[in-house]
Design a protein around this ligand. Structure first.
Ligand SMILES: *[C@@H]1O[C@H](CO)[C@@H](O)[C@H](O)[C@H]1NC(C)=O
Ligand SMILES: *[C@@H]1O[C@H](CO)[C@@H](O)[C@H](O)[C@H]1NC(C)=O
Ligand SMILES: *[C@@H]1O[C@H](CO)[C@@H](O)[C@H](O)[C@H]1NC(C)=O
Ligand SMILES: *[C@@H]1O[C@H](CO)[C@@H](O)[C@H](O)[C@H]1NC(C)=O
Length: 451
């Protein structure tokens, strides 16, 4: 039930993306969504450390302009993410972007001098603004410059030169869980088959560390793609990380601009988004987790641990860019304890130490194609929406063995979101971000569709 996975190379993904069909109707845009780097068994440990690095980053305070250091410690491999393909400039050129619901800027490798340290050498060619007739450097007096740099940016620019209107918007630096990027802001065209979005604000990155592709920020903020395109909602269905690497499989990101006026999508259950009053965490999609169940038994997590406090710490966010789900230590310990109590398989403590995941259990014949049986993991949200995870979304075979581990990670870093729902846990769910009605919806389904 757990086929051995082979990571797709970026080149293969690029080919896949360029072969894929784009479809559009007047009200919705559909783009193929591809796993960017799969978490095959040997990469599990790297995915664990990448998830932890990202969770530490997401939990930190971020203010504009973002902190400058580019020389942060790095991990050798990228986290398992998903990419979309967008056509930039005039004439349009396709580029892959990581879909990230926990950041806001859309940026891409840019200029013939683009420098990327610790990046895959199969990285696609950079975007050359000079070759696009619609590229414009963003001016400092352009209101969009305040989206990243705040309302006082103009006086900052004018200090350096009396003529403000001749100044460009300052350079940006953004740090992610792994790596970082820096560059300057452009006003550019984003092209869809029947629609051109003009004067789209995007980042033209000149230097990056550890970035497998550009990033499309789908978080909350004026510069994010959903805000700039006035999307009423967007949705996706994430292909299994464990899917067999045949390129005949794809799933879609769907972006809609027509108002639904509260209409519910078939079989989808919803929970309201909540806002975090602390602007440092304002880009994230928060929902309210009320209860966690393991095997039908309620894990008695105190409410104060699940809710956001007055400082904006705590709470539950949905993140397409984290691989595994992160839980703060007290929550994780209660969940892990309940699994240990209910599961009858032998513990595999040695694998826990080696993989960074846990608890781990020896499941007889699992590596040979046997099946495993674990208590159900269920999240219940405000409003009653229940997320019943398929076992493949929270237990994974580790190594070439008969050992399966819980794919939830934790550490002792406090502050920021207490639970981050990773993409591993979202596999084979249709997931909808209903921005118009400020609610998060989901339903369990298979995400594999043929090209
Ligand atoms: C971009 O423009 C340069 C110089 O005008 C040209 O040499 C190069 O081939 C162009 N690149 C692309 C990808 O069109
Ligand atoms: C200020 O810069 C703009 C754009 O470069 C230019 O058109 C204008 O003449 C300049 N004004 C002054 C006073 O130098
Ligand atoms: C989005 O809405 C704003 C404000 O109404 C408008 O100025 C902008 O042109 C719209 N953008 C798109 C892509 O429709
Ligand atoms: C574990 O064993 C107990 C007692 O034999 C049984 O009731 C329970 O269903 C088993 N749990 C699982 C997950 O198989």
């Amino acid at each position: 039930m757990y086929p051995k996975m082979t990571p797709l190379s970026l080149a293969a993904i690029f080919l896949l993306l360029t072969l894929s069909l784009l479809s559009i109707t007047s009200s919705s845009i559909t783009l193929p969504l591809t796993p960017l780097s799969t978490t095959h068994t040997h990469a599990l440990k790297l995915a664990v450390s990448a998830t932890l690095t990202r969770s530490r980053h997401l939990k930190k305070i971020h203010l504009h302009p973002p902190p400058p250091p580019l020389n942060t410690p790095l991990h050798p491999k990228s986290y398992g993410g998903y990419s979309i393909d967008l056509n930039v400039g005039t004439p349009p050129q396709p580029f892959p972007f990581l879909l990230d619901t926990a950041s806001t800027l859309l940026w891409l490798p840019c200029s013939s001098h683009y420098l990327c340290s610790k990046c895959s050498n199969t990285l696609s060619k950079p975007f050359i603004p000079a070759n696009s007739s619609s590229s414009k450097l963003l001016g400092c007096t352009n209101p969009k410059c305040t989206w990243l740099f705040g309302p006082n940016v103009e006086s900052h620019c004018c200090k350096q030169n009396n003529n403000c209107s001749s100044q460009t918007c300052p350079a940006y630096t953004i740090q992610y869980g792994l790596g970082s990027t820096a560059g300057f802001l452009l006003s550019e065209n984003l092209n869809f088959p029947e629609k051109i979005i003009r004067d789209f604000l995007l980042g033209c990155s000149l230097v990056s560390i550890h970035q497998p592709a550009g990033i499309a920020g789908f978080g909350r903020g004026p510069e994010s793609l959903p805000s700039q395109m006035n999307l009423t909602r967007f949705s996706y269905c994430l292909l299994s990380h464990t899917f067999n690497d045949s390129p005949s499989k794809t799933s879609n990101l769907i972006m809609e601009t027509t108002p639904s006026k509260g209409t519910k999508t078939n079989a989808v259950t919803y929970t309201p988004f909540s806002k975090n009053e602390n602007a440092a965490f304002g880009a994230y999609y928060y929902v309210t987790l009320r209860r966690i169940f393991v095997g039908g038994k309620r894990v008695r997590v105190p409410r104060r641990l699940l809710e956001t406090d007055i400082g904006g710490n705590g709470g539950f966010i949905v993140d397409s860019g984290s691989t595994f789900t992160f839980m703060e230590r007290p929550i994780y310990d209660m969940v892990a304890r309940e699994f240990r109590r209910q599961v009858n398989y032998t513990r595999a403590a040695e694998v826990e130490a080696r993989s960074g995941l846990g608890p781990c259990f020896v499941v007889p014949f699992l590596g040979g194609g046997g099946t495993m049986s674990f208590p159900e993991l269920r999240f219940e949200f405000r409003g009653g929406a229940k997320m019943r995870l398929p076992v493949a979304n929270y237990f994974s075979l580790v190594g070439e063995s008969d050992v399966a581990c819980l794919t939830v990670v934790s550490d002792d870093v406090a502050g920021g979101p207490a639970v981050i729902l990773g993409n591993y846990q979202q596999q084979n769910f249709y997931v909808e971000y209903d921005l118009e009605n400020q609610r998060f919806g989901f339903r369990s389904q298979s995400c594999e569709t043929s090209l």
